[in-house]
Design a protein around this ligand. Structure first.
Ligand SMILES: [Zn+2]
Length: 288
């Protein structure tokens, strides 16, 4: 059962090389890499939360996807860049450089096989910047490769309705949202009797600098919490988790469909612009 939450017929690693070779129209097959982390999530949740969320949401979305739409899930990337949780035992972190190399080299392997559409479906808040930069670099070196560095929570979902305003602003790790979702997807691995409420300590009150947002300061998790929780895990419920999971899965069905339809803009390749003043285009760089 290596596919876990992923429907087996959508699990890339179950295919043979001949089946990969024979896939029709590989340039429009959507490949999705679920990405998480192995990092502390407080006293009540397992290390695998982010990997579990990415994979469970994707698995549910793939179950709902129209059968005719070609899409495959890669094996989950369990490890991520988690050095903010460095001081809490059990956290395993890759450096930004290592994570970047994994992303670049796995994408190059998929490209070599003929795939051109790759979604990184990431559920760990500590690494989107690495993904953004690697995605752009890949598109620069492989102009016909379309890479989508996406965060699992960035599709419409009822978090604003289900969580308190304080939780929405400050509950960024192992709080109500993640705990509720885990009660829905892996209930046996949650210890509700160990759940705590701990909001970040010592935040600036100047109205300018903040933990996240436009004018952030750098922090590691032990600066802000003793338990490892940032948020209120005590109010999590399976009902909230079920609603979040359903909404996230619906959202990812729509994203995968959009990626399947997507065409990369290519102003540099378009027919000459009718407006004389816009007829120039960047020169082709010399061959390497
Ligand atoms: Zn998490």
């Amino acid at each position: 059962m290596m596919h876990g939450f992923i429907p087996p017929q959508r699990y890339f690693a179950y295919l043979t090389w001949q089946q990969i070779e024979a896939l029709p129209d590989k340039a429009h097959v959507v490949i999705v890499q679920p990405m998480g982390a192995i990092e502390q999530h407080g006293p009540h949740l397992p290390l695998a939360v982010d990997a579990a969320i990415a994979t469970a949401v994707l698995g549910k979305a793939l179950t709902q996807l129209p059968e005719a739409l070609p899409a495959y899930a890669l094996p989950p990337l369990y490890y991520g860049k988690s050095n903010e949780h460095w001081h809490f035992p059990g956290t395993i972190t890759l450096s930004a450089e290592t994570l970047r190399q994994i992303l670049l080299e796995s994408a190059a392997s998929l490209y070599r096989a003929g795939f051109r559409k790759l979604i990184w479906l990431n559920a760990h808040g500590g690494q989107p910047q690495v993904l953004d930069m690697a995605a752009r670099d890949l598109h620069q070196t492989h102009p016909d490769l379309m890479v989508f560095p996406h965060f699992v929570w960035n599709v419409p979902n009822p978090a604003a309705e289900l969580l308190t305003p304080k939780e929405l602003e400050l509950g960024i790790h192992a709080g109500d949202a993640e705990t509720s979702l885990m009660l829905s997807i892996l209930p046996d691995q949650v210890q509700p009797d160990q759940a705590v409420c701990e909001y970040p300590h010592g935040l600036p009150t100047d109205g300018l600098l903040s933990m996240e947002g436009a004018l952030p300061f750098a922090w590691v998790t032990r600066d802000l919490t003793r338990s490892g929780v940032l948020g209120d895990a005590t109010v999590a419920t399976v009902a909230k988790g079920d609603r979040l999971l359903a909404a996230l899965a619906d959202g990812w069905v729509r994203v995968i469909e959009a990626v399947h339809r997507f065409q990369q803009p290519a102003a540099w390749r378009d027919e000459p612009h009718p407006d004389e003043s816009l007829k120039t285009r960047p020169p082709e760089p010399p061959p390497p």
